[in-house]
Design a binder for this molecule. Sequence first.
Ligand code: ZN
Length: 380
Amino acid sequence: MATKIKAKPAAKTTVKASAKTPAKEAKKVLTPAMKSALGHTRALLDIPSATNRIGAVADYVEKHSKKLGYKVERQWDDTLRISVTGKETKRVVGYGAHLDRIGLMVDELFDDGTVKISAIGGLYPGHVMDGVTAKIQTKSGALVEGLIFHTDTPIHKMGLEGFEKRPQKWKNIRLRPDACIGCTKKNGKDKLKALGIQVGQLVWLNPMLNIDEVNGTLRSRWLDNTLGCVVLLALMERWAEKKLKPKFSVDFIFSAAEEAGMGGTSVIRPEMSDFVAVDTSVGEEMEDLNNCAIKQKAGRYPYSQKLTDELEAAAEKAKVGFERKSFEGGGTDAEQAKGAGFKGQVACIVSPIYNLHSVESTTFGAVEGVIETLHAHAML
Ligand SMILES: [Zn+2]
């Protein structure tokens, strides 16, 4: 239990309250790695995407990696591999993050100008029940903005009891494009079609990104796994700029379908002996959200002892705060890779975040810890 702090008695003073606004608190001084990570976070969260709809985010990572001088291999499903030759080339270690995110898509068009939506990956009605803004990405690339709402709305019509018992089912959730407000059953569907809306299109929730450089925190949808991707980009940037060569060869892998349970397939190549999944996890299970976590087990599957030990030793070398964690739920690319036939060792390091799969939040420390641990793993 947290220590209770006694409230200070109010200071006896006759000074009148000042009308001046309080002095601005100073921003944290960012390390180059964190600066790079935050820059990529901003850019990536500006790109609508979800599982198997990752072309544009893959374009961003590919372009940026090439700019740094890396050679990029792109597979048919937009997964990316960037191989960095080490001082010793016999051992190939993969650091992998999934490019894909959970999301939504258009399921059905209704006469009244609303659409039914459904999940891509582990997104549930409870995450978006009411009053959430979203954009539908049409064929032309245009984004049509609207509002998500529950069919049992408003409270004035439902009564409190009915409102509190609203079913959390996708069939009760609708999205109404703002352009369809006021449409009738006679003209609603035509209006949807005129806007270019079709079944199967990506629905992009407003990420609600806020980077707080005073308190060193960030909040947004899709931190899972934007953070894993920016960790890899920050490492690549540091190694390229300082012309650093890792101890062993490193494959940076950006996978495509982790949220649908199929991301691990992109990891497999016979030369690779070790694979570290770089992801996010449940922040509420941490003692301190400023730490990163080294996963020991996800569900029933324990990660490889030797590679996990190496990561812990690297975190200690880098003087990074970390917690050994066994998370009950939430798999990663690591065991997906095993399931797909990868024969090497697997481990997982994560930035823990609050409200996983909803609007997520975390600290700079949780992100920087992963960058510094992997840097120490490959370099020290
Ligand atoms: Zn993830």
